[in-house]
Design a protein around this ligand. Structure first.
Ligand code: AMP
Ligand code: MN
Ligand code: MN
Ligand code: MN
Length: 283
């Protein structure tokens, strides 16, 4: 079988309307099945709310479904995302982190709204909360409002001009420390995966320091590919996963049909035989 055919059957990083994705958990699972995915995880930001619905739909399709969540954390003042996979839904440590992060999201949204007011924009807090509804309140909601009100043309501009980590400098350090999150979750029967390692403002030297900490604190793997990753980045991450004794995970980080490239199950090709696949023991 050609290698490319294999990877597209696995997608361990996706988002539904329960965080900041376009499609409901049911619609997302339907889309995964249409795309030929056979092993799938929903990994909404800081919530487990979509899992029951997605799991139900997956079982109707005979799709192998893995519990997932993308947790917001920080390391050395840099916001980092960690994907937890294959946990039990009643894991108390995980539930407490998720609850804490949801409280942080509300407090952070208030502060984001205040910072935008300082830049001459109206107070968008109430509208952001209303817009978020059952999803996870965050910057994408402010981006939508800024577009809707004609302050920016698209989400990229909204992040560039108002919402990016550079613009919201004071809000970088709101999330729990990676070390403390790992201390609570390691050894608790789940995979702890550093999400999209190439998306942070880190040199390779700093990234290696992060991976060393991550492994030391109980992290079990890294995403060697996230969506439309550059092939040379995939190569580097494959090499680093071996160097640091971390398993390899893969995902599209699909949020919806934004851009021609994005699709559930779609990401840059990896070299499967050269890494320790996180899903090896699941299939
Ligand atoms: P938050 O969880 O509130 O920190 O918001 C981060 C989310 O915003 C990410 O998970 C992405 O889905 C989205 N995002 C980040 N950067 C951009 C961008 N430049 N354009 C559109 N969406 C973005
Ligand atoms: Mn997102
Ligand atoms: Mn992320
Ligand atoms: Mn994501």
């Amino acid at each position: 079988m050609p290698e490319a055919a294999t990877y597209r059957k696995v997608d361990l990083h996706t988002h539904s309307t329960r965080s900041d994705g376009r499609f409901s958990p049911t619609e997302l699972v339907d889309l995964a099945v249409e795309q030929g995915v056979t092993l799938f995880a929903l990994t909404d930001h800081d919530t487990l709310d979509g899992i029951a619905e997605a799991s139900q739909r997956a079982s109707e399709h005979g799709l192998s479904f893995i519990h997932g969540v993308e947790l917001s954390t920080q390391w050395n003042g840099i916001p980092l995302h960690m994907v937890a996979l294959d946990f039990s839904l009643d894991n108390a440590a995980l539930l407490s982190i998720v609850n804490e992060n949801q409280a942080i999201r509300l407090d952070r949204a208030r502060r984001i709204a205040d910072l935008l007011v300082k830049q001459g924009l109206p107070d968008l807090f109430d509208e952001a909360v209303e817009l978020a509804d059952e999803s996870q309140l965050g910057r994408p909601h402010f981006a939508s409002l800024l577009i809707e009100k004609g302050f920016v043309k698209d989400a990229n501009k909204a992040f560039d001009r108002y919402l990016g980590n550079k613009r919201l400098g004071q809000l970088r350090d709101v999330w729990p420390e990676l070390e403390s999150v790992l201390a609570k979750l390691s050894g608790q029967n789940m995979e702890l995966i550093l999400a999209h390692p190439k998306r942070y403002p880190l040199t390779v030297t700093k990234l290696k320091r992060l991976l060393s900490d991550f492994k030391k604190w109980g992290g079990t793997g890294i995403e060697i590919v996230s969506g439309n990753e550059r092939p040379d980045s995939v190569r580097l991450l494959e090499r680093l996963s071996r160097e640091f004794g971390l398993k390899s995970s893969v995902g599209s980080d699909y949020h919806g049909p934004f851009g021609p490239w994005m699709q559930v199950g779609k990401f840059t090709q990896i070299h499967e035989s050269e890494v320790d696949l996180v899903w090896q023991s699941w299939v």
